[in-house]
Design a protein around this ligand. Structure first.
Ligand SMILES: [Zn+2]
Length: 395
């Protein structure tokens, strides 16, 4: 090889090694960053490991903590799931706010804020999303949380099949009108979508193992209600909505019309869980457990396809010039949220989730007094919105 060619080869190799190290360190740090959840001063009485409900999860990346908040008086029980889709930060953060703030006086609240820990540990390639988001608490502490991916990390399960065929594994339905659709196929990458893998498989992929543990946990503990917290693109039709399994439709309807819209001015739709769409919490956890299964969606501009430059500020403020333009075309008909304000801050998005969860729990107690759960110290919706700083609701 000529000397000139050797020199340029060495330079290119050195640059490639530098880039690989630079990216590798970033990936490694993201993968191993552990969020702090502050239980001191909270109503958390104990924690459990999710592997208690699926032995195959033990010591794996999906073996997350379950935070248990027990009231003094016996009552019903609720499971709150955050972080199912780790690129939907309000779902993740709302679960953390609730576990740090809620004080049940009757019944038990279980919170898993990072149900898809694997999804939190990486970002979607080519989406340009931030790796972390930060909030400053009332004490001036800066707390750091993951902004992750919609799907589990390929490090944990790879390769994806060409086609993902949903299966209910060995589960037997507990609901007489459970979905009979056993042929759902999706694109192969959906095999890493936590919310397409319920009711789960004990010794399946990591994503299926996690789903199995959740289903088994609900059945083992006879949990009365499960609420899965999400966000969705403003142009997606199921937005600012509660999606309810048939068994939970009445509770959702009363919560939306009376507690949220009439009493607090929060407009929210109720959507019935589609019978043939398989693998989702609001379908499978309603079919394969006795719980009322619900999923909450709130509009998130940092997730949609119209969005512009995507950084931490967009995830926190929801302020996006491209969505503002979209909201002004055809009188806003392109979007399913009112984006006339030009923003949709995370304090508002989390406030909607907190208010919705509180309303659903309250209505379960009205309809079924033996399942009553009473919670003190629920953050006030209007105070959260007006404060415009989610850090004020973190410990
Ligand atoms: Zn989602």
């Amino acid at each position: 090889m000529k000397k000139k060619g050797l020199v340029s080869t060495c330079i290119i190799l050195a640059v490639a090694i530098f880039m690989a190290c630079f990216a590798g360190i970033s990936f490694y740090k993201k993968r191993h960053f552990v969020e702090d959840v502050v239980t001191e001063g909270s109503a958390v009485t104990r924690t459990e490991k999710l592997s208690k409900y699926n032995q195959y999860l033990a010591n794996s990346f999906g073996d997350v903590d379950i935070y248990v908040l027990e009231g003094e008086e016996e009552g019903g029980s609720v499971l709150i799931l955050g972080g199912t889709h780790a690129n939907e930060p309000a779902g993740h953060m709302a679960a953390i706010v609730m576990l740090e703030q809620f004080k049940p006086t009757k019944g038990t609240v279980y919170v898993i804020p990072n149900i898809c820990q694997s999804g939190l540990s990486h970002n979607d390639p080519l989406e340009g999303t931030p790796q972390y988001i930060h909030f400053t608490t009332a004490n001036g502490d800066v707390r750091t949380f993951h902004f992750g991916s919609r799907a589990s990390n390929p490090i944990d399960q790879w390769p994806d099949p060409d086609t993902y065929l949903h299966t209910s594994g060995d589960w037997t339905p507990r609901y007489e009108n459970a979905s009979k659709n056993t042929t759902q196929t999706l694109s192969g990458s959906e095999v890493r979508n936590q919310n397409r893998c319920y009711p789960g498989i004990a010794n399946g992929t990591l994503t299926e193992k996690v789903s199995y543990a959740v289903t088994n946990m609900i059945n083992t503990l006879k949990i009365d209600m499960v609420i899965d917290l999400h966000e969705s693109s403003p142009e997606y039709a199921v937005n600012n909505a509660i999606v309810a399994h048939e068994k939970a439709l009445e509770i959702a309807g009363i919560s939306a019309t009376i507690n949220l819209e009439a009493e607090q001015g929060i407009k929210i739709k109720v959507e019935p869980s589609p019978v043939n769409l398989r693998g989702l919490t609001h379908r499978e956890l309603g079919d394969y457990t006795d719980a009322f299964a619900l999923l909450c969606e709130v509009g998130n501009p940092s997730q949609g396809r119209f969005r512009g430059y995507t950084d931490e500020a967009l995830a926190i403020t929801g302020k996006d010039p491209c969505y503002k333009v979209a909201s002004e075309i055809h009188n806003g008909a392109l979007l399913y949220v009112d984006y006339s304000s030009g923003d949709f801050p995370i304090s508002l998005r989390v406030a909607r989730h907190v208010a919705t969860v509180a309303a659903l729990i309250e209505n379960m107690g009205f309809d079924y007094p033996d399942k009553e759960v009473i919670i003190d110290n629920v953050p006030d919706y209007q105070e959260m919105v007006d404060g415009d700083n989610l850090g004020l609701w973190l410990r």
